[in-house]
Each structure stands twice: as C-alpha cells, then as structure tokens.
Design a protein around this ligand. Sequence first.
Ligand code: MRU
Length: 343
Amino acid sequence: MRSIFFKEGVLFALDSSRLPHKEVWLRLRSARQVASAIREMRIRGAPLIGVAAAYGLALDALKYRGNDANRLRDRVLKTSEYLRSVRPTGRNLSWAIDRCLKAIEKEDTVNGVKKRLLEEAEKIADEDVETNLKIANNGLEIIMDGDRILTHCNTGGLGTVEYGTALGIIRVAWEKGRKIFVIATETRPLLQGARLTAWELKKYGIPFKLICDSMAGYVMSKGMIDKVLVGADRILATGHVANKIGTLTLSILAKHYGIPFYVAAPLSTFDLTTKPEEIPIEERSQKEVTHFLGKLITVKDVEAMNPAFDITPPELVSGIITEKGIIRRPYSENIPKFYQQQF
Ligand code: MRU
C-alpha cells in the first residue's frame, strides 16, 4: 500500500504523527498544506518528503487561474524556495524540487506547466517504489539467515512511497525466507521506531523487539546484534552520512563491538558538492524534548537541545546500499566514480 497518492486534485498522505493508534489520511489541497504536513512530521522520511514536495508544486500550479506561463513559473519557483526550507537536512527534498523545476523549463503554456508538474511528481513517486525494490534486492547480499539486525528510526513504507530503504531490505529479506530478527530503537524524541517501525514490522509479521535508544550499547555488548542497518537523509561524496539523531552513537558502538554498520539509501539522497561541516542540521522545537506525549517531563523553563540529525563519519560505515549496488570504502574515491558511472 502506498503511503501517498494523488487523486482528483487532492494529495492523500497517511499521517505518520497519528500512528500507531490511528490511521488517518491527510487530504492536502495546497502547497502550504503540504509544507505544514512536512514541518509537523505528518509526512516524514527523506524520500517521502521529496515526493510530497513534488506534488506540492503541482498543487500550487493547479491553483493558478491566470494565462501567463512565465508568471506561473515564477509562482512555482517562489513556492519551491519556501518548500525547500521546511526541512533542510534531507537531500531528497531539494533533489525532487530541482527535478520538477527542470521539467517545466521549456513549457510555454499554463496547461503545459500544470501537466508536466503533475506528471513529474507521479514519475518521482513511481520511481521511488521501483528504486526501493532495487535497494532491497541489492541489500539481500548482506543479510544472512539468522541475522539479528538493529535498525533506527523508521525507514520503511512510511518514510517512502512504498517498501522503504533499510526497512525495505529487512522486509524483502523476510519475504524471501531469510530467518531474521529485528531490534528496533524507539528513536527519541519523536519515537519513529516505537510508533512507526514497530507498526510496520508487526504488519509484515517480522519478529522483533523494541528497545530504548540507551539500551543499544548493552544489547551489542551481549552479542545480541549481528548487523546495524539504517537509512540516510544526506550522503556526501566523502561518505559522511547525515541521518536521524542517534545514528552516530550507534555507529560508534558498532565499531567498538566489531558489528558491521550498513546504510541504505537511493542515489537521490547523495549530495556530491556539500562539505561535512556545511550540512544543514535541522534544529527542532525544544518542546519535543521537554515534553512526552504532550506532557512536560522536566522542570519548567528548562532549555533543551533538539538537533534532528547527526553525521556519521565514513570510517564507521561498512557499506552503502543503493539501487545500483553496494558502495564500499574508500568512499571519497568510490562514491564519485560510482555516481559518474550511473549518469
Ligand atoms: O525526522 P525523520 O523521521 O524524517 O527522519 C527520518 C530518517 O532519518 C530516515 O532514516 C531517513 O529519512 C530515511 S527514510 C527512508
């Protein structure tokens, strides 16, 4: 089942913030509504954010009632700048927006711009599903029978259009008969692991246990984990991986205990120009840390930090699984080479 689809002028998206207790479908009719859904993390996960933004641009264009294609393009450009800023760390958002803007460069009629934007959004959504299945099949190479896999955040069908990246590999491995066991981290502060990954694993019938983030060192030290498999929001040419806060800790622990640490992501997550120190790390509301399920859990007026992502250095990453194959070290040589070969 797709977590996002467009029907008769409305963008339907499964509201991640209401899961696992309620399956609520958002009905989005404007780019602003799409932007709010992304900001509030009703729509989340780097690939899904990219797809939603593409549909957001199409919705924006469809609302235009004039007959000047240049004006419409200017309007779409302005909206795209706004959408880009909503969640800055994930590369897929800008990647999808750039693709949509390029698609309408040569359109000189209002209807042409509208049609092309919707077509491009549909194409990006369809490709996301195909890409994830390819990532999943390539990932089978590293999944052994009996593997106990630790995963972080949610990288499944709820963070993509369907299947997912790291969780997509886990799902397909299970469907192909690999006897695996998953340890899912809860992923504070917003509990994507406890709420979303657990929801997906249960639905697919994959055996798993949930742990608090702080238990990762203990389970690794006890030999309970064979592999760590996570997703990514941005991967640099150097092999630096920006992903959900807590990923860096897991990679350091994995290195300490000699556990392979794999990242799964589509090529649309790669950013070959930004330097590690330039990655924009989204800082979210302090309330997400000081409150739990809407309730204050600390003393009043406490200041909190809330960086939503961290950066894992390349020396801690055993391999990066993409739709075109697995990239191995040395990344600063192999990522640009790999990328050039594909385009
Ligand atoms: O803040 P989120 O929930 O959008 O963060 C999601 C992640 O960090 C995922 O690992 C990443 O986006 C890949 S989702 C397929």
